[in-house]
Each structure stands twice: as structure tokens, then as C-alpha cells.
Design a protein around this ligand. Structure first.
Ligand code: CAO
Length: 438
């Protein structure tokens, strides 16, 4: 049995974050990825997962402490199998124990800690609880979290009525009440998202050989956000297409210049610029619904989330201030963020603050798809693969490069007419990039 010292991993741009919950005590047995402590800054709440399985032998933090990257929070006597799997982390046991954070040990980078995640050498990544990894947000005190946990309530599905949308105990009680009333309704129909009947459990092995493989951590987290959004947001998807013949000719003509600048231009950066210009004209798309559903919060900044496909699952890093950047800078940002995403190195800060998301499958194929809104954003664009097509110009058919795209939006905030005006506008900007400078 090897004792492993657990430190706070990379938590992004936060220097000092408050511990709002200590989820384990000495003697507790934890599995890989079990949450150890919850941290809360003014911007995000995140849980620190265990990089190993084993028994907690010492806890050096308490609620109210402030911690930073590298701070020592607890010791785990790792299971033998886990210790063998984690030679780097194991080496850490030889080091003398550092002081607890309040005793002011200088922040030190944590040792890379092996996990059961599919990619080796991925350090434990804090789980953003409300950092817009793929949607929902909540704030709740430790006692409310404990109350919800005890009753098995998913706080993502609870609407907070406290200050700044904070979830209070009565909100959790109201949710339980509505679910109970829903399941008791004579119609048998669900009254709310959490009250839907579950999919029946089936033993598939009765039909043939099966294998059960646990979902990776990112898939588990993004799945929860996607389901929350899908259950809470009344989605409409508008399909459209844009003639990008000239845009693509321009992109190709810039190839050498782009290479010199160290970037690769893809259609996505032009789409980002066209979307931002359209967001400026249609501010309802650059907004969020207030938690009580009574107001629209319009944002005067233009940060675009880009869905990135990684070996571990879907993540959405955010490109900031797209309105203020040229296409080379945007390409650079995109390349850096997608590389970070694929290496599993995104921080909660990299994934927070988005206004609108673009999911591009254009490099792969497909004709159209219906993306799920990255709530609490209100709209998301899906890009599909552009193809040469014969287009009637009034006198003859001409070969033109046409890109299909779709925009899913929250119908509580955006009406259908506004939805199609938005897609028409984005499509026109992509057809004639000159309009972007008007
Ligand atoms: N039509 C035709 N070709 C396209 C295109 C489009 N709409 N979009 C990109 N391409 C081309 C690019 O130009 C590039 O070709 P060249 O090398 O010849 O120039 C090629 O496809 C590959 O592009 P890319 O995918 O590497 O780059 P990108 O900037 O378009 O996208 C990124 C970057 C990170 C968004 C992308 O790599 C990715 O991860 N996409 C998947 C996102 C995803 O999974 N969404 C689903 C979410 S819901 O489950």
C-alpha cells in the first residue's frame, strides 16, 4: 500500500479558490474520479476528482480554506492495483509532506497523476460544475448540495430562486414535489424533465455476447449537460445553406500567407466572423434566459464556443472577443484551443464565458444535423460539409460550392421568423464576405 499525496490540479486562471465542501473524511474509501472537494470562485464551481482508488488517510483542508494549484489537500493510501497503474504518482510518496494550504506552502505544480481515463498521462482535470463545459449552471451551498445528494436530486435540473439564481433548500423541495405530483398524475404523463419514465433495463446477454465499458469522465460530464439542455430547452432547428464559392476561393488564395503566419485557414474562422456580425444585429441570439425565465440577459461581448471532438469525448473551448480579431488570430486561437482539448489540457476557464456555440462536422461529412443548444446559451450552429452543386443563375446551371448549416435555438427566447432571419443573414455574409466590413 502506497500513500499518495493529493494536490490541487490545474484549475485555470484562479489564484485562490474557496473550499466550499469537503466530500471525504479520514477512513473513507474512494474510487478513481470520486469527487474529493468542491471549490467555488465567483465564476465557477468545480469538483476535484480522485486520481486513484484507495483509502483516505489524512485530510488537510476544511470548508472555508483558500487553495490554489499545487496545494496539498489530502493523502490516499492507494489500492495496490492503482499504485501499480500510477508509477509517477507513486513516486510522490517519497517526498516529505507539504504543509496544508492555510500554512502557506508556496503553490507547487502537482505531479501528473495517472487515472483510468482512456488517454495515458492525463492529469486529473477539475470537473466544472457550472463552468459551461456543455451547458447548465448552478450555485448552491454545501448544506443544500448535501440535502440534494441525500435525496438523489440532480441540481442541474433544479431552478434556483435565491440571489443570482442560487439554489436553496426550498427549490430542491419544490423539485421533488413537482416530480412526485408528475408521477402521480392520472394521465401518467411526465410533468417535468426529471419525471420522465426511465428506459427499461434489459439483460442483453440473453441475446448474445456483450461487453460493458465505462464511459470516460468527459462523456459522463458532457452527457449530463446535454441531457439537461435537451430536457429544459424547447428546441427548434432551422436548416439553411450558403453559397461559399467566393469565400472558399479567397480562403485558398490566402493559403501561402496563412502558412507564413503559422496558421491553417479553414471555413470555420470565416463562419465565426459572419456569426458575430449577425449576433450584433440579432442580440437575442447573444443572450441567456434569466433563471426565473422572466428576462433576457443580453451580452455585450462576443465569445464563441467551438465543439471539439477529442479521443475522450466532446469539449467546448471558448474563443474570446471574436469581434475584435482577424481571421489569422482566430485561426491561431482555434488551433491552440483544439490542440489543448485533444491533449486533455483545457482548464475550466478555457471552457467558460461562451455566448454562442459552433459545432463543425464539415471536415467529416454529412448533409445536416440538429445540434443541442449549449444552455444557458440560447443558440448553436451546426456546420456540414460544403459540396459543389449545380445552381440555377437565371439563365443556366453553374457549379457552385454550397455549405449546408443549421441553427438550433431556444424557442422561449427566439421566434421562428427571427430564427430564419438570422440564418439568412449569416448565409449572406458567408456568400459575400465584403458585407462583414460594412
Ligand atoms: N465544408 C467542407 N470542408 C470543410 C468544412 C466544411 N464545412 N469545414 C472544414 N472543412 C475542411 C477543412 O478546410 C480541412 O480541409 P483542408 O485541410 O483541405 O483545408 C478539413 O475539412 C479538416 O478541417 P478540420 O476539421 O481539421 O478543421 P476545422 O477548423 O473545420 O474544425 C474543429 C476544427 C476543432 C472544430 C474540428 O477538428 C472538430 O473537432 N470537429 C468536430 C466537432 C464535433 O464533434 N461536433 C459535434 C458535436 S455534437 O456531438
Amino acid at each position: 500500500m502506497a500513500t499518495q499525496q493529493i494536490n490541487i490540479p490545474d484549475i485555470g486562471d484562479f489564484d485562490s479558490v474557496e473550499v466550499i465542501e469537503v466530500l471525504v473524511a479520514e477512513g473513507d474509501v474512494v474510487a478513481v474520479d470520486d469527487s474529493l472537494v468542491t471549490l467555488e470562485s465567483d465564476k465557477a464551481t468545480m469538483e476535484i476528482p480522485s486520481p486513484v482508488s484507495g483509502k483516505v488517510t489524512k485530510v488537510t483542508v476544511k470548508v472555508g480554506d483558500s487553495v490554489a494549484e499545487g496545494d496539498y489537500i489530502l493523502d490516499i493510501e492507494a489500492d495496490e492495483a492503482a499504485a501499480e497503474e500510477a508509477p509517477k504518482a507513486d513516486a510522490k510518496k517519497e517526498e516529505p509532506a507539504k504543509e496544508a494550504p492555510k500554512a502557506a506552502a508556496p503553490a507547487e505544480k502537482p505531479a501528473p497523476q495517472e487515472t483510468k481515463a482512456p488517454a495515458p498521462n492525463v492529469p486529473p482535470v477539475p470537473k466544472p460544475v457550472n463552468a459551461q463545459s456543455m451547458g447548465a449552471a448552478y450555485h448552491a451551498s454545501p448544506s443544500v448540495r448535501a440535502f440534494a445528494r441525500k435525496l438523489g436530486v440532480d441540481l442541474n435540473a433544479v431552478t434556483g430562486t435565491g440571489p443570482k439564481g442560487r439554489i436553496q433548500q426550498n427549490d430542491v423541495e419544490a423539485m421533488i414535489k413537482s416530480v412526485m405530483q408528475g408521477s402521480a398524475a392520472a394521465s401518467g404523463q411526465p410533468q417535468g424533465g426529471a419525471g420522465i419514465p426511465s428506459v427499461p433495463e434489459i439483460d442483453f446477454s440473453q441475446f448474445g455476447e456483450t461487453e460493458t465499458v465505462e464511459l470516460g469522465r468527459i462523456k459522463k460530464i458532457s452527457g449530463k449537460f446535454l441531457q439537461t439542455s435537451w430536457l429544459n430547452v424547447p428546441h427548434v432547428t432551422q436548416f439553411d445553406e450558403s453559397d461559399i464559392t467566393e469565400m472558399d476561393a479567397f480562403r485558398k488564395s490566402m493559403k501561402a500567407q496563412a502558412e507564413k503566419a503559422g496558421v491553417k485557414l479553414t471555413p470555420l474562422v470565416f463562419v465565426m466572423k459572419a456569426v458575430v456580425k449577425a449576433l450584433q444585429e440579432f442580440p437575442n441570439f447573444n443572450a441567456s434566459l434569466s433563471p426565473d425565465g422572466q428576462s433576457i440577459i443580453k451580452k455585450h461581448y462576443y465569445n464563441i464556443g467551438v465543439a471539439v471532438d477529442t479521443p475522450n469525448g466532446l469539449v467546448v473551448p471558448v474563443v474570446r472577443d471574436v469581434d475584435q480579431k482577424g481571421i489569422f488570430d482566430l485561426s491561431k486561437d482555434l488551433m491552440e484551443l483544439s490542440a489543448k482539448a485533444r491533449d486533455g489540457k483545457l482548464t475550466p476557464a478555457d471552457m467558460s464565458g461562451g455566448c454562442f456555440t459552433i459545432s463543425s462536422l464539415g471536415g467529416i461529412g454529412g448533409t445536416q444535423f440538429t445540434p443541442i443548444v449549449n444552455a444557458p446559451e440560447v443558440a448553436i450552429m451546426g456546420l456540414s460539409k460544403a459540396k459543389m452543386q449545380p445552381v440555377w443563375n437565371g439563365a443556366e446551371f453553374e457549379p457552385r460550392l454550397v455549405m449546408p448549416f443549421s441553427v438550433s435555438y431556444d424557442h422561449r427566447v427566439i421566434d421562428g421568423a427571427e430564427g430564419v432571419r438570422f440564418t439568412t443573414t449569416v448565409g449572406q455574409y458567408l456568400t459575400d464576405l465584403r458585407q462583414l466590413i460594412l
